[in-house]
Design a protein. Structure first.
Lengths: 114, 114
């Protein structure tokens, strides 16, 4: 798989349920960031997790990072219809020559039905 | 809350014409980026800019592309002779530096080349 690949590609749930999205990557990273994009709109930063961190929380969001498996997951708890959007992981590669170039995955399209 | 702004929001141009996309990064940020997203595809890195020079660029960023920071606030992307395949959403992003690695994205400019 390519750097920053999410699965599933699409997820459809009912309001109130939890949504889990996964991201895998190939190279060593400094950090991994999750973004949200409403249809045709800009990218909204959700959360950043550094390579030496294993778990972070922000409101209803929980992100985990397993550097040994080169994978991350984003959990949205108690989902709302307003959470309907595409979610992307983006990796910031490790290495002295990187100036923060992010590599994005294909994204997970989340649909939350009211 | 400070945000990255981009103008115009939409631009339609004829093939072969020059376009300039404008961005105003967050004021105390030092690293600037352009990304693009072709419809239905992943977000792709184009170029990073730091200390008034390009720090990294992708294979996409060929001689038709250039970036400039003409003053203390604007950051521009110029496409000299647009091609049909340049049609995409172009995102500007900025980052402070040091321990804050979060990249903040603008709302994007949707470019359509006819």
């Amino acid at each position: 798989s390519q750097q920053g690949e999410e699965d599933p590609q699409a997820l459809s749930i009912q309001e109130g349920e939890n949504a889990t999205m996964n991201c895998s990557y190939k190279t060593s990273i400094n950090n991994l960031q999750w973004y949200r994009q409403n249809s045709g709109r800009g990218l909204v930063h959700l959360i950043l997790i550094r390579s030496n961190e294993r778990e972070k929380h922000s409101g209803r969001l929980r992100v985990t990072l397993d550097t040994s498996k080169k994978s991350s997951s984003l959990l949205i708890t108690a989902s709302r219809a307003a959470d309907t959007a595409s979610y992307f992981c983006a990796t910031d590669p490790a290495g002295g020559t990187s100036y923060g170039k992010l590599t994005f995955g294909q994204g997970t399209i989340l649909t939350v039905h009211p | 809350e400070p945000e990255v702004t981009q103008t115009p929001s939409h631009q339609v141009t004829q093939m072969g014409q020059e376009v300039i996309l404008r961005c105003v990064p967050i004021s105390n940020h030092l690293y600037f980026y352009w990304y693009r997203q072709i419809l239905g595809q992943k977000v792709e890195f184009l170029v990073s800019f730091y200390n008034n020079e390009i720090s990294e660029k992708s294979e996409i960023f060929d001689d038709q592309f250039s970036v400039e920071r003409p003053d203390g606030s604007n950051f521009t992307l110029k496409i000299r002779s647009t091609k049909l395949e340049d049609s995409a959403m172009y995102f500007c992003a900025s980052r402070w530096s040091g321990s804050s690695e979060t990249q903040y994205f603008g709302p994007g400019t949707r470019l359509l080349v006819l």
